[in-house]
Design a protein around this ligand. Structure first.
Ligand code: ZN
Length: 1018
C-alpha cells in the first residue's frame, strides 16, 4: 500500500522513530513520527497551492482553506472537526501563503485516529455547502478588517506596486466580501462552483505533503495514513509556481522607491533586492551568510555605525522570499526621526556595507562559524510542540526529499565562494526596491492603498541618487565582525552533585528546584538537569525592588534604565545571540529580570558581562554619546506608548481592565505624560535608589554543578552586592509586593439584584480609523486557588467550541471569538468570552455573549458523558504536559518563583482535583456563577469603534433600538433574549472607582516552600 523511502536522518539527541513513505495508490509523500512519550499527537497537510493560484477571484485559495473546515462528505456537520478536537484536548489551525496552504492540528494521543478520519476528508470531499459558504465569506471579511489597521499587511500590499502586474504576486491575496461575494456575483459566477473547481484542480495528491505524529508504532501510523489518505486523488497537477511564465521583477520597473504612511508611528527603511533564485541551495545557505553580516550588531557592523550617527534603533536582514524563479533579500533599518530625515544617507550606508563585503570577498571562517553553530544545534536538538513541528516539516518536504526534512535546515556543507561573490554583486541599486514608512514626509502622498486604505506613493530612483548609491562613499567604521568569543567548545555533561538530593514531584513531568542558599539578600535555587541530558542551561535572575511601582515616573525610569542597559550591552550581547545564547532583560511590577539560556559553558560569562554594565556608572553618565543614546531610547519609549493607541481593540480591553481593577496600575496616557518629561538624571536617580535596597532571586538550572553555581553566585555578589551584610543590617532591603486588586464582592452588595451584578467599563478606541469594536464578558470565579483554577480551566475547555460555533460560525459576529481563563495579578480568576467585531456595537456583542451563556446551560445538560469525560481528560493532559525543552522547563519553574509564591506543583494538584469533578459540579458552577442569581458577578468591558455609541452618549438609544430591530429580523438562529446581563454598575472614571472601592485582602495562594538545608554556597 506504500513504499518506504530512504532512512530518515535525525539528530543523535532525538529518541523518536521516523519513516518516510510514498502511498502506492496516489503517490502522496508522508512522514510518520512515532513518539511513545508524546503528550500530544499531531498532523499537518501542506498543499502546494496558495494565493498565486487565485486566478480572477482574489482570496480564493484562502477562502478554500476556511471552507475545508465547514463539513465534508463523511462528516457533514460544520463544527464536527473542531468539536471533536476540542472534546479531545486538541486544537487546529491553517494558513494560506503565496504557494502553500498548510492545515494542522494536535489532539490527545489516544484520539489521533478519529482526528485523522475527519481531517483527511478535507482533501477528498469538502461539502462547500451554500449556507456556510455565505457565512464564511463574512468570516474572511472580518479577518480582512482585522488586517486593515496592521502595517505588515499594508506593506505587503504596497510592495505589490513594484511587481510585474502580470505576475500573481501583484494581486491582493486574502480576499474580502467584495472579491469573494460581490465580484463573482456580478460576473454571474457561482462561488460554490468556483470553489469545487479550485479544489479539484489544486488539491491533488502529488502536490501534498503529510506528516503524522503519534505515540503508536510506525506500522500502525503507516496503515492509518494508507487507509485514510489513499482516497485523495492524484491528478498529476502542476503547481502554479511551475506554470508561471513571467518574471515577478522587471528591469524596466526597477529600481523603485515606495513611500507610505503607516498606521503606527514607525519609521523604517526596507531595502529589498530581487536575486537569482537560491531555492536549490539548501545545504550551502548563501542567504544565511548575508543575513548574518547585514544584520550583525557587533563592533564594525552597519547598525553600530547607524546608531553612532543617531539614525537607527535596530536592524534585521534575511531572506524575504525564496522561490524557484527568484529570491528576495531584505535589509530593514528601524530609523529614528533623524535617520528618517537622512534616509538617503541611511540607504547609502547600506550600499557602503555591501561594497565593503564585496571588497573583503567571501570569508570561509564566517561560513565555518555558521556551520559549527548549526551542527551543534542539530546535535543537541530539543523537541518542539508536535503541532508546530509537523507544520514546519510538511513545508520542508518540498525543498528536499522527505528523508532529509529533519536535517535540511541545520546542515551547512559546501562553502561556495563563487556563488557568494555572484550574490554580493546583486546588492546594488538595480533590481532594488526601497520601502520607506514614516508618519510624515516633506511632500504629500496622494494615492490611496487599495483594499487597506492609507496613503502611499511610488517613484523611480532619480539618476543622481542612483549614481550615488551605485558608488557609495567608503565608511571606515564598517568592517567584518570579530571571531565570536561566545561559541561553545565544551559540550561535556557535568554529573549530578552528590550534596543535593532531587526533590520528588507528585507528577512524572514535575520539576522542583532545590533552595540552596538564602543570606537575606540573595536567594538561590538550583536544579541539575536530569531530564534532557544536554550541555545546555538557563539562568534567571530577578533583582527585586518595590521602587518600580511607587509612581508612574519610577516605572518609566525603570523601563528607560533597562533600555540604556541593553544599548550599552548590545555589541557584546549580539555576539552571544549569534552563538545561540539567548538573553533578555525586562522590568516588571516587582523588579528587573535578567534571563538567559543556551549552551551552558559560556552562560556565566554572559551574566558577568550584563552585570558589569548593570553596576557601571558609565551606562548613565552625562557624556555626549550617552545623552544621544538616551534621546534615541526615550523617543522609542514615547513612540511605543503612543502606538498603544493603535492596538487591536481586544488588547485595549485588557489594559483598560487592569487600569480599573488593579492598584497600582497606570494608564498609557499617564505613562506617556510622565515619560515625555523624564531626563537621564531621573533614570540615574531610579537606578541609585534601586541599587541601595534591592534583593536578588536566582535560579540556576541545567548542565551546572555546585562549583559552577558558586561561580554564578560570586559574579552576582561581587558586581551588585559587594557589601551584602551592611544592607541587611540597615534593614534597607525591600520586599516586592505585587499590588492589590479591587474586591468585586464587597463593593457590590448594595447594587446587586436577583440577577447579580455586572461592572461595566466602556471606552472609545482612540484610533478613529479602527473598524472593529470589542466586548469582553468576564465572569468572576473567585480568588486564585488551586480549586478555582482547576474548575476555570475545565469550564473554559467545555465552553470554547460551543462559543466559537455560536458566536463566530453561526452568528458571524467577528473574526476574533475567544474563550479563556484570565486573572488579575495572581489574585482572582475569571472566565472571559471575547468577541471583536467589525459589524456590531459592543452592546450587541455583550447581549449575544450573555445569550450564549444561557444557551450553553442546555448544551452542557445535554452533553454526552463520554464527551464530558474526554474533554476533562484532555484538560488534565494539557495541565500536566511535559516541557519539551530545558528552556521551557526552566521558564515554568521561574514563572512560579517570580510571582513570589513558589507553587511548583499547583498544576499537578489542580489536575488531581479535576479528576473528581463531575458534570453536575460544572452545571452547579454554571448556575451559581454564570447564570442570573444574586451571587453572580461579571465584569463587562467594551471598546467602541467610531461607528458606534457607548451607553450615555448621544444617539445611543437610537442605536439600541436599531439593533433590537435588526436582531428580531435575524429570526430563529439568534432568537434569544437580547440585551441582558444587568444590572450594570457603570464605571465612568476608573481611577475614582478604584479609589473608592475596597481592595481584596492581600490574598496569597497556597505556598510550597522548600527550605534551605544550610547554604551550599557558603
Ligand atoms: Zn483566514
Amino acid at each position: 500500500m506504500s513504499s518506504i523511502l530512504a532512512e530518515v536522518e535525525k539528530s543523535p539527541n532525538d529518541d523518536r522513530e521516523y519513516r518516510a513513505v510514498q502511498l502506492t495508490k496516489n503517490g502522496l509523500f508522508a512522514l510518520l513520527v512515532s513518539d511513545p512519550a508524546a503528550d500530544k499527537a499531531a498532523a499537518s497537510m501542506c498543499v502546494n497551492t496558495g494565493s498565486w493560484s487565485d486566478g480572477d477571484v482574489r482570496g480564493l485559495a484562502h477562502f478554500c482553506e476556511h471552507m475545508c473546515f465547514m463539513g465534508t462528505d463523511l462528516f457533514p456537520d460544520v463544527n464536527e472537526y473542531s468539536a471533536f478536537l476540542n472534546a479531545h484536548g486538541g486544537m487546529s489551525n491553517a494558513f494560506t501563503m503565496d504557494v502553500f496552504t498548510n492545515y494542522f492540528f494536535d489532539v490527545s494521543p489516544d484520539s489521533l485516529r478519529g482526528a485523522l478520519e475527519r481531517f483527511s476528508r478535507f482533501f477528498v470531499a469538502p461539502m462547500f455547502d451554500k449556507d456556510s459558504t455565505d457565512k464564511e465569506i463574512q468570516a474572511v471579511d472580518n479577518e480582512h478588517s482585522k488586517n486593515m489597521q496592521a502595517d505588515v499587511w499594508r506593506e505587503m500590499e504596497l510592495l505589490r506596486m513594484a511587481v510585474n502586474p502580470a505576475h500573481p504576486m501583484s494581486r491582493f491575496s486574502t480576499g474580502n466580501a467584495h472579491t469573494l461575494r460581490d465580484e463573482p456575483r456580478e460576473a454571474g459566477m457561482d462561488i460554490r462552483e468556483i470553489l469545487l473547481d479550485f479544489h479539484r484542480r489544486h488539491y491533488s495528491a502529488n502536490l501534498m505533503r503529510l506528516v503524522v505524529y503519534g505515540k503508536e508504532p510506525l506500522d500502525v501510523l503507516q496503515s492509518s495514513a494508507e487507509e485514510l489518505f489513499s482516497d485523495i486523488e492524484n491528478r498529476d497537477a502542476v503547481s502554479t509556481e511551475d506554470e508561471i511564465a513571467v518574471d515577478a521583477f522587471l528591469d524596466e520597473m526597477l529600481p523603485k522607491i515606495l513611500y507610505q504612511i503607516p498606521v503606527m508611528e514607525d519609521r523604517k527603511v526596507q531595502a529589498l533586492w530581487a536575486l537569482p533564485s537560491v531555492y536549490g541551495e539548501v545545504y550551502s545557505k548563501p542567504l544565511s551568510y548575508f543575513s548574518h553580516l547585514f544584520g550583525h550588531e557587533g563592533a564594525g557592523s552597519l547598525l553600530s555605525y547607524l546608531k553612532k550617527k543617531g539614525w537607527a534603533n535596530g536592524i534585521s536582514a534575511g531572506q524575504y522570499q525564496n522561490h524557484k524563479a527568484y529570491s528576495v533579500f531584505v535589509c530593514e533599518v528601524e530609523c529614528t526621526p533623524e535617520g528618517m530625515a537622512n534616509r538617503k544617507d541611511v540607504i547609502e550606508a547600506i550600499f557602503s556595507y555591501a561594497e565593503m563585503l564585496r571588497k573583503a570577498g567571501p570569508q570561509q571562517w564566517i561560513h565555518e562559524e555558521l556551520k559549527k553553530l548549526k551542527m551543534a544545534e542539530f546535535e543537541f536538538l530539543q523537541k518542539s510542540e508536535p503541532i508546530n513541528y509537523v507544520m514546519s516539516l510538511t513545508m520542508k518536504g518540498y525543498k528536499v526529499p522527505m528523508p532529509e526534512v529533519l536535517k535540511c535546515d541545520h546542515i551547512v556543507t559546501d562553502f561556495k565562494p563563487e556563488l557568494l561573490e555572484k550574490l554580493a554583486e546583486c546588492f546594488r541599486p538595480e533590481k532594488f526596491i526601497v520601502l520607506i514608512s514614516a508618519p510624515e514626509f516633506e511632500f504629500e502622498l496622494s494615492d490611496e492603498l487599495p483594499y487597506y486604505g492609507g496613503k502611499y506613493m511610488v517613484t523611480p530612483v532619480d539618476p543622481e541618487l542612483r549614481t550615488r548609491w551605485s558608488s557609495p562613499a567608503e565608511i571606515p567604521d564598517l568592517r567584518l565582525p570579530e571571531p565570536n568569543p561566545f561559541l561553545t567548545d565544551d559540550f561535556g555533561l557535568v554529573a549530578a552533585p552528590a550534596e543535593v538530593a532531587p526533590i520528588p514531584s507528585i507528577h512524572e513531568s514535575g520539576c522542583i528546584p532545590n533552595h540552596i542558599h538564602d543570606d537575606g539578600v540573595i536567594d538561590v535555587y538550583y536544579k541539575h538537569d536530569d531530564t534532557f541530558k544536554i550541555p545546555k542551561g538557563a539562568i534567571s535572575l530577578k533583582l527585586k525592588t518595590h521602587e518600580i511601582m511607587s509612581s508612574p515616573s519610577m516605572q518609566m525610569s525603570s523601563e528607560l534604565f533597562v533600555e540604556m542597559l541593553k544599548e550599552a550591552l548590545n555589541e557584546v550581547g549580539y555576539q552571544a545571540l549569534c552563538a545561540n545564547l539567548g538573553y533578555d532583560i525586562s522590568t516588571g511590577r516587582g523588579g528587573i529580570t535578567i534571563s538567559m539560556s543556551g549552551f551552558s559553558q559560556k552562560l556565566p560569562r554572559l551574566l558577568q558581562a550584563i552585570l558589569e554594565y548593570f553596576a557601571s556608572d558609565e551606562v548613565l553618565q552625562d557624556s555626549k554619546e550617552v545623552q544621544q543614546t538616551f534621546k534615541r531610547v526615550k523617543e522609542t519609549l514615547v513612540r511605543d506608548l503612543k502606538n498603544r493607541n493603535f492596538d487591536q481593540p481586544y488588547q485595549f480591553c485588557f489594559n483598560a481592565r487592569n487600569v480599573a481593577f488593579v492598584t497600582p496600575f497606570w494608564s498609557y496616557a499617564q505613562k506617556l505624560r510622565c515619560s515625555e518629561q523624564l531626563t537621564l538624571a531621573d533614570v540615574r536617580h531610579f537606578r541609585n535608589i534601586m541599587m541601595r535596597g534591592m534583593r536578588a532571586l536566582l535560579l540556576v538550572h541545567g548542565n551546572f554543578d555546585i562549583p559552577k553555581v558558586k561561580e554564578v553566585y560570586g559574579v552576582l555578589k561581587d558586581r551588585l552586592f559587594p557589601s551584602l551584610e551592611a544592607k541587611v543590617d540597615a534593614g534597607a532591603v525591600a520586599s516586592a509586593p505585587e499590588g492589590r486588586v479591587v474586591d468585586l464582592l464587597a463593593s457590590s452588595s448594595e447594587f446587586r439584584t436577583e440577577n447579580g451584578l455586572s461592572y461595566r467599563l466602556g471606552v472609545r478606541h482612540p484610533n478613529p480609523e479602527e473598524p472593529n469594536s470589542c466586548c469582553f464578558v468576564e465572569t468572576y470565579l473567585g480568588e486564585y486557588t488551586i480549586e478555582t483554577w482547576a474548575k476555570a480551566k475545565l469550564m473554559t475547555n467545555l465552553m470554547r467550541e460551543p462559543a466559537f460555533n455560536q458566536l463566530r460560525s453561526e452568528e458571524q459576529l467577528g473574526y476574533i471569538v475567544h474563550t479563556t481563563d484570565t486573572k488579575l495579578l495572581h489574585k482572582s480568576i475569571f472566565l472571559s468570552i471575547i468577541v471583536q467585531s467589525n459589524s456590531a456595537p459592543p452592546e450587541y456583542l455583550q447581549a449575544r455573549i450573555f445569550s450564549f451563556l444561557d444557551k450553553f446551560k442546555e448544551e452542557l445538560e445535554a452533553m454526552d458523558d463520554t464527551v464530558f469525560e474526554s474533554t476533562k481528560a484532555g484538560t488534565i493532559e494539557d495541565t500536566t504536559k511535559k516541557a519539551t525543552s530545558l528552556n521551557k522547563q526552566s521558564r515554568q519553574m521561574w514563572g512560579k518563583m517570580e510571582t513570589g509564591v513558589c507553587m511548583f506543583e499547583y498544576k499537578f494538584k489542580a489536575a488531581r482535583l479535576m479528576e473528581s469533578i463531575t458534570k453536575d459540579d460544572m452545571l452547579d458552577m454554571l448556575r451559581t456563577q454564570f447564570l442570573p442569581n444574586r451571587a453572580r458577578v461579571n465584569v463587562v468591558l467594551q471598546v467602541a469603534s467610531s461607528n458606534f455609541k457607548l451607553a450615555g452618549e448621544e444617539g445611543y438609544e437610537d442605536q439600541l433600538a436599531e439593533w433590537k430591530k435588526k436582531h428580531e429580523e435575524l429570526g430563529s438562529s439568534a432568537s434569544l433574549n437580547a440585551y441582558e446581563g444587568g444590572p450594570f454598575l457603570d464605571i465612568k472614571d476608573p481611577f475614582a472607582f478604584k479609589a473608592r472601592t475596597p481592595l481584596q485582602g492581600d490574598f496569597c495562594p497556597v505556598e510550597e516552600v522548600y527550605d534551605v538545608v544550610g547554604s551550599l554556597l557558603g
